[in-house]
Design a protein around this ligand. Structure first.
Ligand code: RUB
Length: 320
């Protein structure tokens, strides 16, 4: 029930953004475990696996979701009784939520160092991690101004401008297609990520690659804010991240679409920005060039899918 509700909210985007999706999934698994009545560890594991797969089917692109689910589910490993397994899930889930929130705070500290007094920043979509860097720079007393895109078709830009406004940051709201018109007024692009591949490509909200392309053409730096659990070990052999394609009715109302029988509406929710368009990826372990993404996967996630136990450990890069 708890898991079905959370899965539904993630699918309908009532819960959205890669970090929030991951935390909601961890919390749903914890609450499911606490409510579970199984008396053997086998029965408990079976119930939890069903719950995990319901969550995993919600949104295919955000790698934070399978990574979070695997980190929490690793709490069952080595448990001999249902109670031990339950305790394992609860402590893993709590640890994930705590470390995920801490990661955003740490990214703000590292990311704001790359924002200079007087900078104009462009951001696309609504990323908690990206906004944390911008807000931290503002709180440090840096005079900054932001361009925020509208983000068709789901208008996540409205959430972004409200957050920026509430923080007292001077903000310009523009349609997605105006990015190239304003890029020469911008000093730095700051965006989030749904997934980072082993070769440093960043999967983020549709339109991100156009923003980055315009930035590269205008010699404007691009900084990505991404927690380590958004890095995708599954891409180590070049496997592609699945790009979610959502209903065309998000773009064109059904009443109009049905009058246009020769028109198909396409609505991919994410796109891929190649590593060459990105200058820096700021993680909670430090800032890296995208070409070093494999180090995060090797040192903090493990190469194999399912080997996620190391991610909550300590350590980090110096000189972030
Ligand atoms: C959200 C999106 C965000 C990333 C990072 O897409 O693309 O930029 O998820 O966000 P959607 P965060 O609205 O379709 O979920 O830094 O908050 O994890």
């Amino acid at each position: 029930m708890i898991v079905a509700e959370t899965a539904d909210k993630i699918k309908r985007m009532e819960i959205r953004g890669a970090g929030r999706i991951a935390r909601a999934a961890a919390e749903a698994l914890r609450d499911h475990a606490l409510a579970d009545r199984a008396t053997t560890s086998e029965a408990f594991r079976h119930d939890m696996e069903l719950a995990a797969s319901t969550l995993l089917r919600t949104r295919p692109t955000a790698v934070s979701l399978p990574n979070a689910v695997h980190m929490v589910m690793a709490g069952i490993e080595r448990a001999k009784t249902a109670d031990e397994a339950k305790a394992g899930i609860v402590s893993r889930a709590d640890e994930f939520v705590r470390s995920s929130q801490h990661a955003v705070e740490q990214i703000a500290v590292f990311g704001s160092r790359h924002i200079r007094d007087g900078d104009t920043i462009l951001t696309h979509c609504n990323s908690e991690a990206a906004l944390s860097c911008i807000i931290a720079a503002h709180r440090e007393g840096k005079e900054i101004e932001v361009f925020a895109t509208e983000v068709r078709p789901r208008n996540q830009g409205l959430v972004t401008i409200r957050t920026l406004n509430d923080a007292g940051i001077k903000t310009n709201f523009i349609v997605d297609s105006a990015v190239r018109s304003f890029i020469h007024d911008v000093d730095l692009v700051v965006i989030g990520a749904d997934a980072v591949t082993v070769n440093g490509a960043v999967v983020n909200k549709i339109g991100t690659s156009q923003v980055a392309h315009a930035a590269v053409e205008a010699r404007v730096n691009v900084m990505v804010a991404a927690e380590t659990y958004k890095f995708a070990p599954r891409t180590t052999l070049g496997e592609l991240i699945e790009i979610e394609e959502r209903s065309g009715s998000e773009v064109l109302p059904d009443e109009i679409a049905k009058t246009l029988p020769h028109v198909t509406v396409r609505n991919p929710a994410f796109d891929v920005t190649p590593a060459e368009y990105i200058d820096l990826i700021v993680t909670e372990k430090g800032a890296i060039p995208p070409q070093m993404a494999y180090v995060i996967i090797r040192d903090y996630l493990g190469w194999e899918i399912g080997e996620f136990s190391a991610v909550l450990g300590t350590g980090g890069f110096s000189g972030a």
